[in-house]
Design a protein around this ligand. Structure first.
Ligand SMILES: [Zn+2]
Length: 225
């Protein structure tokens, strides 16, 4: 199929308003489709086939107002039935908003985890999320052999709540699964997103909020005489 420049016959399957994470300003926002939907490739998948499409979307924020290209996979099956497969991937890929109160090393791991997610690299996203948790747990001076024991140690010493312990374990377990070469199952976008949301919950409550509270306390202290 030649890559034509006319609107694809499947354009109606592609959203006019796309909820996405802008790669320029980092906001989660509804972006408007501003150009035609182009089908640039087709593949046969068993007895069915799928097409690859792209379209241009505009971030509506006045301070941003820049275009991104979104790529979609559309599955076709017998009977003229179509369905979108997975999440669209944007160029530039989305970036997460910064979380105030994290050390730069933890924030770097966290942002890389989200960057992998928005780029469609779901296993890498989960593994980077685990790395961020590992770093955070060490910062909290956890003791024990291995991440599992370290997380439990923090909960036992009441440095983290049980809910945060469970969130950290979720990230640890999915990270271990994703890193194991023997069960290289495909990780879905939903699984990766869930794991990174647990990561953000943990980092926000165990690290970022206490750090910001300390900073406020320091700021309120009267200067030494
Ligand atoms: Zn933007």
């Amino acid at each position: 199929m030649p890559g034509g420049r006319t609107e694809s016959e499947f354009a109606s399957e592609i959203p006019k308003l796309l909820d996405a994470q802008c790669g320029y300003c980092g906001r989660s926002i509804g972006m408007d489709r501003i150009g035609p939907v182009i089908e640039f490739s087709r593949d046969r998948v068993g007895s069915n086939w799928e097409s690859f499409l792209h379209a241009t979307y505009l971030c509506p924020r006045e301070a941003c107002f820049r275009p991104s290209i979104a790529f979609f996979r559309l599955g076709h099956s017998a009977g003229g039935y179509h369905h979108l497969k997975g999440e669209p991937v944007l160029i530039p890929r989305g970036q997460a908003q910064k979380m105030e109160g994290l050390s730069s090393a933890i924030e770097t791991d966290r942002l890389e985890a989200w960057s992998c997610y928005y780029g469609g690299d779901y296993r890498a996203a989960i593994i980077m999320g685990r790395a961020a948790i590992q770093r955070a747990v060490r910062l909290l001076e956890a003791e024990g052999a291995g991440l599992k024991a370290e997380i439990n140690d923090l909960a036992q010493r009441r440095k983290i709540t049980e809910a945060l312990r469970d969130a950290a374990h979720e990230v640890r377990i999915s990270g271990d699964d994703a890193a194991h070469p023997e069960d290289l199952e495909l990780v879905s976008s939903d699984e990766a997103k869930e794991s990174l949301e647990f990561m953000d919950d943990f980092l926000a409550h165990a690290i970022a909020m206490p750090t910001r509270a300390d900073a406020r306390k320091q700021a309120r202290k009267p200067p030494p005489e």
